[in-house]
Design a protein around this ligand. Structure first.
Ligand SMILES: Nc1ncnc2c1ncn2[C@@H]1O[C@H](COP(=O)(O)OP(=O)(O)OP(=O)(O)O)[C@@H](O)[C@H]1O
Length: 387
């Protein structure tokens, strides 16, 4: 059952139909991005989900229950909401702002304090320094992070975000977006996010709903919208940033689809296991092993084999050193923000960034080889589209 199901939603302001027969579903844990030009109805659609606006027609169901059967306040407590203007209470401290909903829900003060501290830490706002500050003492980016912490404070299963990075300059925006993407807190939540920023949509969305004039123009994965546009509007909407989006959409796995031909991505690594550090120069590290190594949440680790100079070792890695950083695989909170590990799910964009950064990632292919393979992959996508 979908977490959110909207059917035939309609909303007009006077003679102006702003949301016109919109139906969609959002699955548990999915991030749906509402994208479209200014005034196309994104914010209105978002507010129809938590009853900040009531529809003229159609229904919204949350976990199978029509939202009209619930009191709006109660409904909203189960849905975190970050508004465009952040909207922190100016005379409340950061900690007090974050505590608003948990207090309403009657959570114990000690639990609220612990939760606030954890969220601030996770959002890179050390509580010792920031918990007692007032909103005006924070930068725009910090305020937006507090807004996010507030929306997550009561651990709602659904989070609605309206231009959560709207007020930021492009550089800050990109880095906060990266943090956002890595946030464990959000990984299991059902998220609906409004933006008019195409790059943002492609970076964050599982699926994108592209709207124009209150109607859905296309609803699909970023890849579908880019390579299989449903109409001229969709095609034109992405035209200006086409190459950048293709780089963000195709992965190394697309570029080298044949597992046999997949170049080994790491040349020299050290593997720590059983207290021993082996400086090894593996002849081959299979992609399988790398996937396990970089995803600490994958705990069902089969012992892996690594071939070192003629002998084969069966290991169950506890820590793996990749790109100069040691990952502790037994620590499930390990977050891989500073480490670039190239795998078959890395986008071409991220691989290029890693290869050309000041501390370049080790890879067995060059930028030129990657670009050539990218060109071929694009051709394959386009051929598939023509058929
Ligand atoms: N309360 C209202 N009364 C009258 N018109 C409204 C109201 N709210 C929104 N509108 C109109 O509905 C249209 C869609 O607004 P909405 O805020 O949903 O668009 P949006 O896609 O979120 O735009 P933006 O990206 O600029 O925030 C706009 O033309 C707006 O002027």
């Amino acid at each position: 059952m979908p977490v959110i199901r909207a059917t035939g939603l309609r909303k007009s302001f006077g003679a102006h139909t702003v949301v016109n027969d919109v139906s969609f579903e959002v699955a548990a844990g999915e991030t749906l991005v509402l994208l479209g030009p200014s005034g196309c109805g994104k914010t209105t659609l978002l507010k129809l989900l938590n009853r900040l606006i009531e529809p003229d027609g159609g229904t919204v169901e949350i976990n199978g229950a029509n939202v009209l059967t619930q009191r709006p306040e109660e409904l909203r407590r189960g849905m975190g909401y970050v508004i465009q203007q952040v909207g922190l209470l100016p005379h409340y401290t950061v900690a007090e702002n974050i505590a608003v909903v948990p207090r309403l829900l009657g959570h114990a003060p000690a639990a609220i304090a612990a939760r606030t501290e954890a969220l601030l830490t996770r959002l890179h706002l050390p509580p010792g320094r920031y918990a007692g500050q007032l909103p005006h003492q924070l930068s725009g980016g910090q305020q937006q992070r507090v807004g996010l912490a507030r929306a997550l404070a009561a651990d709602p299963p659904i989070v609605l975000l309206d231009e959560p990075f709207g007020a930021l300059d492009p550089v800050t925006r990109a880095s906060i977006r990266r943090e956002f993407r890595e946030l464990e807190e959000l990984k299991n939540k059902t998220v609906v996010l409004v933006t008019h920023d195409v790059t943002e949509a492609f970076e964050l969305a599982d699926r994108i709903m592209l709207l124009d004039g209150g109607r859905i123009q296309q609803l699909g994965t970023p890849r579908e919208l880019l390579f299989r546009p449903a109409n001229g509007f969709v095609r034109d909407f992405f035209a200006a940033e086409r190459l950048a989006l293709q780089l963000r959409t195709l992965t190394l796995g697309d570029v080298w689809p044949d597992a046999q031909a997949f170049p080994s991505l790491i040349d020299h690594q050290r593997v720590d296991f059983e207290g021993l550090t082996s400086a090894i120069e593996p002849k081959r590290v299979d992609i399988e092993l790398m996937k396990v190594d970089i995803d600490p949440s994958t705990r069902a680790i089969e012992p892996k084999r690594v071939e070192i100079g003629g002998s084969t070792l069966e290991i169950e890695p506890k820590r793996v050193e990749i790109g100069g950083s040691t990952l502790d695989l037994t620590d499930t909170t390990t977050v891989l923000t500073d480490t670039t590990v190239l795998t078959d799910t890395t986008t071409v964009h991220d691989a290029l960034e890693a290869l050309t950064s000041t501390t370049p990632a080790t890879a067995s292919f060059t930028v030129a080889q990657l670009m050539a393979a990218f060109g071929e992959a694009l051709q394959r996508e386009e051929d598939a589209w023509k058929r």
